[in-house]
Design a protein around this ligand. Sequence first.
Ligand code: HEM
Length: 183
Amino acid sequence: MGTSVPRGQESKNKGPGGAEQGDRKSEVQVEGRKNLPFTDAVIHETQRLASILPIAVPHKTSQDITFQGHFIKKGTTVYPLLTSVLHDESEWERPHSFYPAHFLDKDGKFVKRDAFMPFSAGRRICLGESLARTELFIFFTSLLQHLRFTPPPGVSEDELDLTPRVGFTLSPSPHKLCAVSCM
Ligand code: HEM
């Protein structure tokens, strides 16, 4: 993704995840998320831009409905196109760029956005959303606390190809990366 968490923007004594830097025993606590708005914004922005499940599973309309001027009969199969919301040009200042400020106010506080719906919306929203969000936070902050990721020697961040592998989900293409311990 070509960015790292600038620790200076968050607590002076704490790295991503709220654990003390340099303390090998400290573990990331999910409660730390509320004190780490930039980290939270980076994770949200990664999910928004990556849009790993561009089309949610099909649903049937439970009643006749008119949506954006189109009449849809009860029982019609519909495919929610989540990417159309996650990359909506009328919702996001920089819809096709990695821009964590989409989730920060002018004081650097985290802001929720209605158009952030990688887990879909409504009654059939992803049942695993809470678990997935917790896992992403713990995984991401633990990795960044211990390792600094860079492209391999001779490759610049701009040369990294973010084109996904297309299947039912969008997955990252394989990359060579250096992971250097910062302990
Ligand atoms: C980043 C990770 C994940 C993403 C982006 C994601 C996204 C989604 C989406 C878009 C749907 C379709 C919702 C709809 O029908 O409109 C869905 C459904 C579902 N997800 Fe996830 N999911 C994730 C992780 C998980 C995990 C970790 C679990 C379980 C532990 C899970 C369990 C489910 C279940 C059970 C459904 C079906 C819900 C239903 O049909 O009522 N998901 N997910």
